[in-house]
Design a protein around this ligand. Sequence first.
Ligand code: PLP
Length: 370
Amino acid sequence: MIKLSRPHIGEETITRVAEILRSGNLVHGKEGAAFEAELSAFLGVKHALVVSSGTAALHLALLAAGIGEGDAVIVPDFTFPATASVVSMVGARPVLVDVDPYTYCLDLTALQQCLASWRGPERLRAVMPVSEFGHPVDMVALRALLAPHDLMIIEDAACAIGAGEEAALSGTQADIGCYSFHPRKTLTTGEGGALVTNNDDLAQAMRRFRNHGMERGEAGLHFYFPGLNYRLTDFQSAIGRDQLRSLPGWIARRRELAQRYADLLQPLAERFAIALPAAHAAHSWQTYMIVLPDHVQRSAVIAALAQRGIEANLGAQCLSALGIYGDKTAPSLSVARRLYTQGMALPLYEGMSDDDVVRVVEGLGAVLAG
Ligand SMILES: *Cc1c(COP(=O)(O)O)cnc(C)c1O
């Protein structure tokens, strides 16, 4: 079976984890501090905080930003539900805006229309763009569009660590950037995540919310406000440190594989009216998702591919189709809905061979030719 994705944990890492387990220092020790320092150096940001999941990172970002009841936050309609769920969980309302059919990221024209027609009653506080599947959000254009508005940018770069141009990596150009280290992401610590910011006050608030609202000062422990426990263990940080060293090479390999997919899929795309993803040069390719034409039943294609030893799956959810976010306005959300029903993720991970890509494309061609 050619799997959709496969976490990459080396034997040296397993040895390191065993050493840390034997040491007895399991939480917030040397490894966590070193992982944070290495992440902030790699990403080029002042503060990096490691946390227990990508969802924890998103939640802490909203808490530190003081977003809650009476507030609204703009979220793309095509993403993993956690992006909007954290908004609901702090008592605010997610406002769902449509996405681009090829980048799968927030559609800036739709965003502009949403801002221009915003009537409340909530106070619009932030935009949460998602660098979907590793496609970098166009932060220059987004910032220009948001310039007249007093809105924070909290980027959900959960699946996009290492994406983006070198001096402006995904997650680093927002007020707060959030990453996930779930096994389905390119860099994994089992469960885990991180937050980055260049703002000292936000960093301090996030650090306190992460750890029971508490901080150790000269006079001992002080509790500043009620908080959570979203800490990452030291053995997970040790895994993350090793993963981070390998990440650039893995992304380079994913870019080669994505290019190979694009080349080999081109004839199929023309013959069967399949849409291929926008191939941004700085895409990190956490997922390679194509879009099947409307008359093709995706579940049948997935089942037929499975029979040929190829795993495929849907890409992400259309949030407005879930009906759980109390969206009252429900504008035309057709792109997100189509991506949700017709989008299909193909196997992609750095350990795949060139021949695996050929097998996937040949398998897909045979299935579609029926
Ligand atoms: C994976 C993912 C999350 C959730 O991260 P967890 O670490 O699983 O909590 C949130 N948003 C997006 C866009 C994701 O891809």
